[in-house]
Write a new protein. Structure first.
Lengths: 349, 482
């Protein structure tokens, strides 16, 4: 088809913008169609033609709209690299490197300042589900669907060792604070502790009863306490467990209303910092029982959504997913890794 | 060669082994059959059928899916390895099973040479399975890509069987049996005397068929469908000299006979012209849509009354499979009918010639109009902004987005792509996008076809790209500043 410039310039410009709009929001369009009129429009850049065309479609319950970028960012370009779904990303302790694990069976290392690739770690025979840096940043651990955990030298990309022979795919990995132990959780519902230098398996923590259904078994998060004495794990049924890392004994278990995907011990006090807010673990030390985790207020961020009670309200595109969030009455503040802070205000009904 | 009976053989074998409980899976490629026209769902379909047909395999396949939820979006090789090869290899220890049969028909109708290559290559790799024997039947026209694909498989591991090289006497014998069976049926139905149609006539029919089973089948359907005028129809077929004609011509001849008969009657020139116009619109759409539609859906898409559609199709039962229920899809009885209608040299009668590009343009236009009329925000009445597609009931989607609207949403860009339509500012397309872009994306999401939307938009962008980019940039700046 040959079309003269003056005939379709506006149409072309609109279609180009529609393409950016669709690609940028593809995930949410595919998953939750009505978010086209919510998230997709609310977070589209100010100059987007699609946004201008359909601005009157934005719901009135969002009284103040977040300030968005002026133009489409260069997001499209930074997505390239892996040939499969990216399942895990993590920063090195000094923040200079980033590692990503993918369903394309590889782990990739990136320069976090420029986004330039720093190496591809090949060796897994199946999707990589989890990646973690050692506390000194020199090692990368990766866990895969191929039932193995591999350790790599982050500077050279050379494979250091492989732990094989397990009964399930590996879903999460974490290093102990001294870097000597690797804890990894599996789809079979166990967390194992591995002394990688000697190759000795130090313990197996069984997270489940006998009759649990498979999909809820998966260990969704694992972390060591700063002194290395405790291990916390989250699993697919919303259970959070605390273990003694030396004996493998289960100390406490409690249930929350969402799958814990981010989990770390607070350095400030007896808390677990999770994607569901701060969970108090005071009772571990005082012996008080039953343990009541303190849940934050009723608006919170849950798996890329702004949710109220149990209802998802607004989906957050990747640029707007917070590293931290705060709420006071109807005002809602999100902090982002880019340094940007987003303010929104909801009507009180 | 078209019409030698490849698909019939594939169907027969599939049915036979299904009866013996040894059919592992079957896949019948069809160019105009939506997902049957490409390799996208081939491996997952095979895996699902294997799981349903073999309880022993089911556990392994389910386990593979369980461990790898997004397997359907992974590479074909991974799908094949994890959903078929690995489960099959695990069977070895269990038991000695008789070989499972895999039937793959019309590989040449699968879009994309590379995918066809991948399929053949992966099929060939089952030889590594050792004990579990999988027998695979592939039928295809001998397209170059497919011939080359087979040449890469060691000759000991596959067997070629070329239907049009079977000796004439065997084919003639088969045709004799077929005609005898079919004509006897017609004779009984109509109460004709026992010497009808006579040896000489039967012999003539066999000659005319020229070894093509599709010719024989079409002729018998045409005669039988004539009911009270069955005898006349037989004469129509026998008219004209076809001796020495190339085989394809003989097929064209019978198609023309059928079409001419379908509009015969006491019509004046104007009326006949109108009939042919409607024929071209309806039958033209049937042979150019990307997915088979029902008479009802077709009528609503083209905005032609259902009666008109039914009457146009009334005398075409020997070339089209038209279900009694007008909401079931219409299929071509044989792909050669489509090739014939779209080729001016084969269909030399201008009254029936279908201009492919023009038909696509009309359908594109109809799709656009239907979408403008029907699409709206929250078309399924979901209300809750966070509703996930996976929680929307299928029947609700079907009810709120009728077949023809689904079709229009998914395929309008492909019709546009194959037409000569021009895209320009303030065109209907432009207005449609400005009014309904979001509604269209919402509909695609509900249909699980968001990827098609992305590809469609990318295509539109590519055909509206203009050489002088700076020029557009300045222009749009100017426009949007005041």
């Amino acid at each position: 088809m040959s079309i003269k410039a003056d005939e379709s310039a506006h149409l072309h410009a609109f279609i180009h913008d529609a393409k950016r709009f669709t690609l940028y929001n593809r995930l949410i369009i595919e998953g939750a169609p009505l978010q086209i009129y919510f998230s997709a429009l609310v977070f589209a850049p100010e100059t987007s033609m699609v946004r201008k065309q359909f601005e009157n479609q934005i719901s009135h319950w969002i009284r103040r709209l977040p300030k968005t970028q002026k133009n489409w960012s260069s997001l499209l370009q930074t997505l390239e690299g892996h040939s499969g779904f990216v399942s895990a990303v993590t920063f090195s302790p000094d923040g200079k490197l980033m590692a990503s694990g993918s369903h394309d069976h590889t782990v990739r290392l990136w320069d976090s300042a420029t986004g330039a690739p720093r190496g591809t770690l090949k060796g897994h025979s199946h999707s990589v589900n989890a990646v973690a840096f050692s506390p000194n940043g020199k090692l990368v651990a990766s866990g895969s669907y191929d039932y193995t955990v591999r350790l790599w030298d982050s500077a050279t990309g050379v494979s250091r060792c492989t732990l094989e022979g397990h009964s399930g795919s590996v879903s999460v990995v974490a290093f102990s604070p001294d870097g000597k132990l690797v804890a990894y959780g599996s789809y079979d519902g166990t967390v194992r502790l591995w002394d990688w230098a000697t190759g000795v398996l130090r313990g197996t923590l069984e997270c489940h009863g006998a009759n649990r259904i498979r999909t809820t078994l998966k260990v969704s998060a694992v972390a060591f306490s700063p002194d290395g004495k405790l291990v916390a794990s989250g699993s697919g049924d919303g259970a959070v467990r605390l273990w003694d890392s030396a004996t493998g004994a289960s100390l406490r278990m409690f249930q929350v209303d969402t799958v814990i995907s981010e989990l770390s011990f607070s350095k400030e006090g007896p808390y677990l910092e999770t994607n569901r807010g701060l969970l108090s673990i005071q009772s571990i030390f005082t012996g008080a029982f039953p343990l009541q985790p303190q849940l934050p207020c009723n608006i919170f961020v849950k798996e890329h959504w702004v949710a109220q009670n149990m209802e998802n309200l607004l989906w957050l595109p990747s640029d707007y997913r917070p590293t931290c969030a705060a709420f006071r009455s109807n005002i809602f503040v999100l902090g982002h890794s880019s340094g940007r802070v987003t303010f929104m205000e909801f009507s009180s009904s | 060669m078209a019409g030698t009976g490849k698909s019939t053989i594939a169907r027969t074998i599939a049915r036979k082994y299904h009866g013996l409980k040894r059919l592992g899976a079957s896949f019948f490629f069809s160019r105009r059959g939506g997902d049957l026209g490409h390799a996208g769902k081939f491996f997952t379909t095979i895996a699902m059928q294997l799981a349903n047909n073999s309880p022993a395999l089911k556990d392994y396949i389910c386990k593979a899916i369980d461990e790898n939820k997004d397997i359907a979006s992974q590479a074909f090789r991974d799908q094949w390895n994890q959903l078929v090869l690995r489960p099959l290899s695990m069977l070895t220890a269990d038991s000695r099973l008789p070989p499972l049969i895999l039937v793959i028909d019309a590989l040449d109708e699968c879009e994309g040479e590379e995918d066809v290559h991948t399929i053949l290559q992966l099929l060939a790799e089952t030889r590594g399975l050792g004990e579990i024997r999988l027998r695979i039947l592939v039928t295809s026209r001998p397209e170059t890509a497919i011939r080359l694909g087979f040449e890469n498989i060691p000759s000991g591991e596959h067997e070629n069987f070329i239907l049009h090289n079977i000796s004439e006497s065997i084919i003639e014998h088969d045709l004799t049996v077929y005609f005898k069976h079919e004509l006897t049926k017609i004779r009984r139905e109509r109460g004709y005397p026992s010497d009808w149609p006579g040896d000489q006539t039967s012999q003539l029919l066999i000659q005319k068929a020229g070894g093509l089973f599709i010719w024989a089948a079409t002729a018998c359907l045409f005669i039988r469908d004539g009911k009270r005028v069955a005898k006349n129809r037989l004469s129509l077929i026998l008219e004209g000299v076809t001796n020495g004609m190339p085989t394809e011509k003989k097929l064209d001849e019978i198609y023309l006979t059928i079409l001419t008969d379908s509009i015969s009657g006491d019509y004046n020139e104007g009326e006949e012209e109108k009939l042919c116009e409607i024929f071209k619109q309806i039958v033209g759409s049937i042979v150019t849509t990307f997915e088979a539609l029902s008479a009802g859906a077709l009528a609503r898409l083209l905005e032609i009354s259902k009666e008109e559609v039914n009457q146009t199709l009334h005398d075409l039962h020997s070339v089209l499979k038209i279900p009694k229920n007008s909401e079931e899809s219409i299929h071509l009885l044989h792909p050669s009918f489509r090739d014939f209608l779209l080729n001016r040299e084969r269909c030399w009668d201008h009254r029936f010639q279908i201009d492919e590009q023009k038909t696509h343009e009309v359908t594109f236009d109809r799709c656009l109009q239907l979408m403008r009329k029907s699409l709206r925000r929250d078309i399924c009445g979901l209300h809750a902004p966070g509703t996930l597609v996976k929680d929307v009931r299928r029947d609700k989607v079907e009810q709120c987005l009728p077949t023809e609207l689904q079709y229009a949403c998914v395929y309008w860009v492909q019709h546009l792509q194959r037409s000569k339509a021009r895209l320009c500012d303030d065109s209907r397309l432009h207005v449609f996008l400005q009014e309904h872009l979001l509604h269209w994306l919402e509909a695609l999401s509900l249909l699980g076809k968001t990827s098609e939307g992305v590809l469609a938009i990318a295509f539109l962008e590519s055909v509206t790209t203009v050489s002088d980019k700076l020029n557009i940039f300045n222009k749009s700046l100017l426009t949007y500043e005041y």
